[in-house]
Design a protein around this ligand. Structure first.
Ligand code: SF4
Length: 686
């Protein structure tokens, strides 16, 4: 018998926000290899470990292959008709009884742009609620807020090309080599071949810190103080770009006045950095012609992450580092499509393309396009992820639809989240596995991973790329865009989408940001970077001809440093930091299936400093109980210079109930992002 031909299909990585694309070689359902190609716009011939080998989950026997309905506490298989009829009926009943605002929708940051668009369309058009969000609430919203305030667009200022052109890369609160490995490789190459300088600001030693020209081991939670101090130094020592500030920036005088408290000595006392280190960093920034500043969850997952993001963007403005090649602010996006889920409207305050739900003209535009009266669309900002959990607890939120998000594991203070889910009248989860979140559901709908459907993603550069069907859906699972379309039809809205390209065409015809986006222009290895003009032209570098404000000028936005909401005290005397590892991804729902990836680093641990190990008489491998005010977990210690002083580090991937049994519900009041990195704990040897 002749062996079948090898099929080669372009796809986009399902893991991080770098957005690597490559060919996947398959024979039937067997993934033979991942082949990077030179035409790939982001990564060329590179991938990391996960993009190359992290695909065992696709054919995992644990995949959901049929809808499930909970009956008498147990799930039983059901037909699609039965499951979708039940979901439509229950959501309609709850909306009729309690109103549309009693239902909340969480869209997927791993689903496609088109699926995000449909999720928010169901919420807004069918239920008249803006209760829609995505996992960017856990991570990128504070960075987006900082950029909205200062430069106007919520995305990265330029592309990876710009990162390579910079004279100086500043990385603050990002473990880039493990979380965005291909970007880290590009920076390492620029260091080696172009003499690019690297400044890293991070309380934990990581690979980029070790490679840096200068690494500042800063006290956790003092980053905005550091950024304000750097800005003041620029003004005080002639490094502020006077022409740029005069021509292109508003509020300069008020901002400069706000920096008065941030002397080097004030900063040194509160950041654990010597005055000499602060001066050295400031001189590096001031003397560089082109600076790119990268930041991530080490900044955003704090109780003042939006302010710190604002302070970092302010520093770039003061030094004239926006709007030129090799400059700008680059918050790193975690999930492969957390940017797209936000871009395409899974946010409680914004339609696709970042158009405000509170703007009457915007609502009128969307209502006309969707064929309803403007009054059908809510003018009220909806509940975000954080608020939905609160409202479910209080009883005003009655139902939730969660698509491809592991909220029960990833949300802060997980026992409170579990209690909230248990109180809902109805919950539907759409996922590819029986996740910890799905265990709370009344109905579970089996969706498809990226390789079993078509769609598009947006990476951290604002780059929109298509991915293609590598293999058909497993069993009776269905592409998520199709499930949402079929649900909408049962809710009285028979939308004429036959392909994800139809959905993108509709979004592009309404949202100005995507005016010239089309599947034809995205075919093959082509990509587009938003904003995309009607003629299809992209914008790789933002702000070359003005900032996204009515007068085209940026805004220097004063911020006041405030200490973390939860800090070590007498009872809970240690601080717990946490984050991702190269071998895993978030809840490990994908990277942990099949064992190959997971077994590269199978064990949970807590990193402690040699000093702390001596003080507590702990040896490598000793088990400890780590307790916060919310919960406790048991892990073995590893003693390493990556940790310092009384700051511990635990990877976020392992365990049941996991790291979020320790985190609290304190959060950034500007954006409701949980302060995952502010956990006071105590540690006892077992
Ligand atoms: Fe995938 Fe990110 Fe690795 Fe690229 S860097 S292969 S997008 S996980």
């Amino acid at each position: 018998m002749r062996q079948k031909e090898i099929k080669k299909t372009k796809t986009v990585c399902t893991y991080c926000g770098v957005g690597c694309s490559f060919e996947m070689w398959t024979r039937d359902r067997h993934i033979l290899k991942v082949q990077p190609v030179v035409d790939a716009p982001v990564n060329g011939i590179s991938t990391c470990l996960k993009g190359k080998f992290g695909w065992d989950f696709v054919n995992s026997p644990q995949r959901l292959t049929t809808p499930l309905i909970r009956e008498q506490g147990r799930f039983r298989p059901a037909s699609w008709d039965e499951a979708l009829d039940l979901v439509a009926r229950r959501l309609k009943e709850i909306a009729a009884q309690h109103g549309g605002d009693s239902i909340g929708f969480i869209g997927s940051s791993k689903g496609s742009n088109e699926e995000a668009y449909l999720t928010q369309k169901i919420a807004r058009l069918i239920f008249g609620t803006n209760n829609v969000d995505n996992s960017s609430r856990y991570c990128q919203n504070p960075a987006t807020q900082g950029l909205f305030r200062t430069v106007g667009y919520g995305g990265d200022a330029g592309t990876l090309e710009d990162l390579q052109q910079a004279d100086l890369i500043v990385i603050v609160g990002s473990n880039l080599a493990e979380n965005h490995p291909v970007i880290a490789s590009r920076i390492k190459a620029a260091q080696k071949h172009k003499g690019q300088k690297l400044l890293v600001v991070d309380p934990r030693m990581n690979e980029m810190a070790e490679r840096a020209d200068l690494w500042l081991r800063i006290r956790p939670g003092s980053d905005s103080l550091w950024a304000c101090t750097m800005s003041r130094y620029m003004f005080d020592h002639g490094y502020a770009d006077a022409a740029f500030l005069n021509d292109r920036v508003n509020q300069v005088a008020a901002y400069r006045a706000s920096l008065a408290p941030y002397s080097l000595h004030y900063a040194s006392e509160r950041t654990d950095l010597a005055v000499g280190q602060l001066i050295e960093a400031a001189e590096m920034i001031g003397q560089a012609q082109r600076v790119c500043l990268l930041w991530a969850m080490g900044i955003t997952q704090h109780s003042h992450g939006a302010d710190t993001s604002t302070a970092l963007s302010n520093l770039l403005l003061v030094t004239g580092n926006y709007g030129r090649p090799g400059t700008g602010g680059y918050p790193m996006r975690g999930h492969n499509n957390v940017q797209g889920a936000s871009d395409f409207g899974c946010l409680s305050n914004l339609y696709p393309g970042y158009e405000k739900v509170t703007d009457a003209a915007v609502r009128e535009k969307w209502a006309r396009a969707w064929g309803v009266e403007p009054t059908a669309l809510s003018a009220k900002v909806g509940a975000d992820n954080f608020m939905m959990v609160q409202q479910a607890h209080e009883g005003s939120l009655k139902a939730m639809m969660i698509i491809g998000e592991e909220t029960a594991f990833s949300d802060a203070d997980s026992s409170k989240v579990h209690e909230a889910f248990s109180k809902l009248d109805f919950m539907v989860v759409q996922d590819i596995f029986m996740s910890r979140t799905a265990e709370f559901a009344d109905v579970v709908l089996p969706g498809c991973p990226s390789v079993e459907k078509e769609g598009s993603y947006v990476n951290t550069e604002r780059r929109i790329q298509r991915f293609y069907e590598v293999m058909p859906p497993l069993g009776d699972s269905r592409p998520d865009w199709r499930i949402l379309t079929e649900l909408a039809a049962r809710l009285g809205h028979p939308w004429p989408y036959h392909h994800p390209g139809d959905i993108m065409a509709e979004a592009a015809s309404i949202a100005t940001l995507f005016a010239g986006v089309s599947y034809a222009r995205l075919s093959g290895w082509q990509s587009q970077l938003w904003p995309v003009k009607a003629d299809g032209s992209s914008t790789p570098l933002l702000y070359t001809d003005g900032f996204k404000f009515p007068d085209g000028k940026a805004v220097l936005w004063p911020v006041e440093w405030q200490p973390p909401q939860e800090e070590p005290d007498e009872q809970y005397d240690l601080l717990l930091n946490n984050g991702r590892m190269l071998e895993h991804f978030q809840s490990t729902n994908q990277s942990g299936r099949g064992g190959r990836m997971f077994n590269l680093s199978p064990n949970w641990f807590v990193e402690i400093s040699p000093q702390l190990a001596r003080e507590r008489q702990l040896s490598e491998g000793d088990w400890v109980n780590i307790a916060s005010r919310r919960g406790a977990l048991q892990v073995p210690v590893t003693i390493t210079a990556r940790a310092a002083g009384n700051v511990l580090f635990i990877p976020i991937h392992h365990g049941k109930p996991g790291i979020n049994s320790l985190t609290g519900d304190h959060h950034d009041p500007d954006v409701n992002t949980p302060a995952y990195k502010e956990i006071a704990v105590k540690m006892q040897k077992l």
